[in-house]
Ligand binder design. Structure first.
Ligand SMILES: NC(=O)C1=CN([C@@H]2O[C@H](COP(=O)(O)OP(=O)(O)OC[C@H]3O[C@@H](n4cnc5c(N)ncnc54)[C@H](OP(=O)(O)O)[C@@H]3O)[C@@H](O)[C@H]2O)[C@@H](O)CC1
Ligand SMILES: Nc1ncnc2c1ncn2[C@@H]1O[C@H](COP(=O)(O)OP(=O)(O)OP(=O)(O)O)[C@@H](O)[C@H]1O
Length: 831
């Protein structure tokens, strides 16, 4: 492993060759571990706390007639790596095959060669809005229509701020038009040898430049896009404000069967999906700067993919195929990041499961010949005993009662030292990591699982990091001791501190006095603990560690937060609230949210307190949650709109004038244009259609609209077309219609005395006959509008489907009733 990192004004390069294994200077090993530790911070906890989708929703765009394996490999490896949902967006020519490979994949055959671009675009937009990352390229091919859809998808992904991986034929697209990705730093390109050579020459990179610097040059030429140059060693480089290059030469398999690059794109994709969740605050502490997330994701994906390749090759040797790698991905993950991150239940059954994750057999007992894969000590599975990544502040807080962080890293004093070795700011270079790491003894860095001793220690502020700086503790729970003067200085630099006393300090944020303990003056730990709690109570966007950490400020800038300066006065808060466009009305103790029209209570104590408001805006502005409900409501409105003949998320066809109205807006089913059209349509209202003859045929019923809704855009046939309605009695569907002139009331004689007596029994019999008739009616089903496919119902929720009532049998049928039929009809159905 070689890690190089350079700033603009200097160049720091440290070599750490993993091939030397135990001979490595401990500092080098620690550098790699520190890097992996940062990667680990992107791994979501596997403790049941997250719901479906929060561990990543990955999309793979690719798959045409020739290539069905590539998108499958990418999408399934994303799942095997640990994402929750994996979608494939492909051509219908590939969809059937991909679906048949795995029921775990969600396959959207939307890239139809003959489909209007705007329809595909609208469908892409809808799907992309549900993803965390889009991998473009595996099996994409170079047919113009696939390339053009890929271009649209990339542009939509950029609009939505998605992370993207560009692989295989998507790199062809990039080569044709560099501007599609230039400057988009949430992209990772993963060229193989041939693709890299092509891309470099397209970008005008000097072919005589040093081979290990070319990835950086490509990254720079692409405006800071992360480059993962695949090869005997993977070179991962980003060259933007800060330049960083990481060489991953973790041992891979010896066979280069096709599809391994697709696996890599899937694993990097999942890491990026996690990065998105991390960035959104779903888990973790947001301490990693956004700018580094693609690089870290690439390191994680590359390391695990190569390890999976090695494991599969160890099993199968020359006969290895890419499919063999799939079952190794999870194990390679455990090998890379530690088994505890692969998920552990407390039950013994689960321990059995985890015991499957065995290190490969010693070389002598491996299937592969030792001649082709001679194992060296360094090539033994890497056992990550040291957990360098800092637990999130939350986990660290929790550690008093629970010795392991959320991500499972045991918190020992050794670890804390090692954790401290990790750079806490983007200014600090890998050199700092190495220097710090050097001070930690290698033996201590490689042993000691979490012990009760360390747990106990963790619980005692004095013995742990009562003096750690906020930057250090928030990032890694560091442990350094400071003099009293330094501690006082530390408090002075805290923007939320007031009324500092040796054993107490006031938090201006919550107005509480925080006790600093009696043991030592100006102890930092209790204050930090308080701050973390205080931070958690406030929305994530405003939880900014403004203690001068560049990391924090970078995170803050990406989270769109504003730094917390000195406490604002009521006047200032009022001004801020009034200037906030999202607030329609403002009063000292409440504000009306323009978006959801709810009054948000501020604080009864302090006027114009902003915490609740900010909190509300976060959830109200949460596209994922609220917009889905709103979209569903708009869709239902459209489904029940008789004037909407066919409809999709981005268009409606008017049943009257047959015009197709484009639904323009950020969200699907934005009905503004449609409502406008209804106002101006030649025969706009439903009432006109009713009974007047000329327009009525154009209006399908709500029921038929519902039945055809989701299928309409997908070309599924509709049953009740206009023609059917025309044939029907025009009045047949009106509930209350006036009697016509020809109406004659039914003439019936009044029953006699005995008749009155029998009446209830007759009524009962009639009802009974009818119900039997319904149940046993041998009539075949007639022209029943099939409800939407179950898939559609699942996707869009229940709609107003038409209830079909079987025709009531005639009395003649009752007369010739065969009781044996009755018995049959009541038999439980034979499934
Ligand atoms: N099962 C499936 O469905 C799979 C589908 N796949 C999909 O296929 C599509 C095309 O992808 P591709 O990489 O095969 O490019 P392609 O244009 O055929 O290669 C052009 C020429 O470049 C060279 N060359 C390639 N790689 C090289 C290397 N690493 N190192 C050195 N040279 C290398 C080599 O030329 P040579 O020099 O050997 O003549 C090769 O003939 C893409 O969509 C991909 O996703 C694959 O993922 C595999 C599994
Ligand atoms: N010589 C090598 N030794 C070890 N690992 C390698 C070597 N070359 C590539 N790899 C690894 O194999 C994986 C796929 O790289 P490769 O160059 O085969 O991609 P690709 O050609 O795009 O694959 P695909 O066949 O899916 O298109 C990467 O993880 C890479 O690290």
């Amino acid at each position: 492993m070689v890690v190089a990192r350079s700033g603009h004004c200097g160049h720091v390069m440290t070599q750490c060759c993993r091939k030397l294994g135990h001979q490595l200077p401990s500092t080098m090993a620690l550098a790699w571990k520190a890097l992996l530790g940062q990667v680990k911070q992107l791994i979501p906890p596997l403790d049941g706390s997250l719901h479906k989708g929060q561990s990543g929703r990955v999309g793979v765009l690719g798959g045409a007639l020739d290539y069905t394996g590539a998108p499958y490999f990418a999408a399934i490896s994303a799942l095997r790596f640990g994402c929750d949902l994996s979608h494939v967006l492909c051509s219908p020519t590939a969809a059937g095959a991909i679906k048949s490979y795995s029921p775990d994949l969600i396959v959207h055959p939307i890239l139809r060669e003959d489909a209007p671009t705007e329809h595909v675009s609208s469908e892409l937009k809808s799907i992309l809005s549900r993803l965390h990352v889009l991998v473009i390229g595996p099996g994409l091919g170079r047919e113009p229509y696939m390339q053009s859809f890929a271009k649209i998808a990339l542009s939509l992904a950029k609009q939505q701020g998605l992370f993207v991986v560009l692989d295989a034929d998507a790199l062809w697209l990039v080569g044709q038009d560099i501007s599609v990705v230039k400057g988009y730093r949430r992209a990772v390109v993963t060229p193989n040898v041939a693709e890299f050579a092509r891309l470099s020459s397209q970008l005008g990179i000097d072919p005589n430049s040093p081979a290990d610097k070319r990835a950086a040059l490509v990254s720079r030429a692409l405006g800071g896009v992360t480059v993962l140059q695949k090869g005997a060693k993977d070179i991962i480089s980003v060259d933007a404000e800060h330049a960083e290059t990481v060489f991953v030469d973790v041992e891979g398999g010896l066979k280069r069967c096709g599809g391994q690059g697709d696996i890599l794109s899937g694993t990097v994709g999942t890491m990026l999906a996690w990065a998105k969740c991390y960035e959104d605050g779903v888990f973790g502490d947001k301490s990693l700067p956004t700018a580094r997330l693609p690089l870290l994701a690439a390191i994680g994906g590359s390391t695990v993919t190569r390890t999976a390749s090695r494991r599969a090759f160890s099993r199968e040797g020359r006969g290895v195929v890419t499919q063999d790698m799939l079952s190794e991905v999870g194990k390679a993950f455990a090998e890379t990041f530690g088994e505890e991150l692969q998920g552990k239940l407390s039950s013994s059954s689960e321990e059995e499961k985890m015991s499957d994750v065995k290190p490969p057999k010693p070389a002598s007992s491996r299937k592969t010949t030792t001649a082709t894969a001679p194992p060296s000590p360094a090539k033994q599975p890497k056992k990550v005993d040291v957990h360098l990544p800092g637990p999130s502040p939350r986990s660290a807080t929790a550690s008093t009662s629970k010795p392991e962080s959320k991500t499972g890293s045991p918190l020992t004093k050794t670890n804390i030292k090692a954790i401290h070795a990790r750079s806490s700011s983007s200014i600090s270079s890998m050199k700092k990591v190495l220097d710090d790491g050097a001070s930690a003894s290698p033996s201590s860095a490689t042993k000691k699982p979490a012990s009760t001793v360390s747990r106990k220690r963790m619980a005692t502020p004095e013995t742990v990091d009562d003096n750690a700086s906020v930057a250090e503790s928030s990032v890694m729970g560091g442990a350094i001791r400071r003099t009293e003067a330094e501690r006082i200085e530390y408090f002075k630099n805290q923007p939320d501190c007031a009324e500092l006393e040796p054993h107490s300090v006031k938090c201006t944020r919550c107005n509480k006095t925080v006790s600093l303990g009696r043991q030592r003056p100006y102890t930092v730990k209790p204050w930090e603990t308080h701050r973390r709690k205080c931070d958690q109570k406030l929305p994530a966007g405003s939880v900014i560690d403004d203690s001068a950490s560049v990391v924090a400020s970078e995170v803050q800038s990406t989270a769109g937060g504003t730094p917390r300066g000195p406490r604002k006065t009521a006047e200032e808060r009022k001004a801020e609230l009034e200037a906030d466009e999202r607030a329609e009305k403002v009063s000292p103790d409440q504000a009306l949210c323009r978006k959801c029209q709810k009054w948000i209570k501020l604080s009864p104590k302090s006027p114009y307190a902003l915490a609740n408001w900010t909190k509300h805006q976060q959830s109200c502005g949460d596209e994922q949650v609220s917009s889905r409900v709103a979209t569903a409501k708009r869709k239902i409105a459209l489904v029940n709109d008789a004037q909407a003949k066919t409809k999709g998320p981005r268009f409606v066809e008017c049943a009257i004038c047959k015009a197709t109205i484009e639904l323009v807006g950020d969200q699907d089913y934005t009905l503004t244009n449609w409502e406008q059209h209804k106002q101006t349509c030649p025969a706009p209202s439903t009432s006109k259609a009713k009974g007047k003859g000329k327009n009525k045929a154009a209006l399908p019923t709500a029921a038929s609209t519902a039945a055809t809704d989701a299928s309409a855009s997908r070309g599924v046939k509709r049953r009740l077309e206009d023609a059917d309605l025309e044939a029907e009695d025009p009045d047949a569907r009106e509930a209350n219609r006036p009697r016509k002139e020809g109406y004659k009331p039914v003439q019936k004689e009044a029953p006699g005395m005995f008749g009155w007596f029998l009446m209830p029994f007759k009524a009962f019999l009639t009802g009974f006959k009818e119900s039997i008739g319904d149940a046993a009616s041998p009539e075949p089903e007639q022209d029943v509008d099939e409800p939407n496919e179950p898939e559609d119902r699942d996707a869009h929720g229940p709609g107003p489907y038409r209830a079909e009532v079987a025709p009531v049998p005639e009395f003649t049928r009752w007369k010739s009733w065969d009781w044996s039929q009755l018995r049959c009809s009541f038999r439980a159905p034979d499934y």
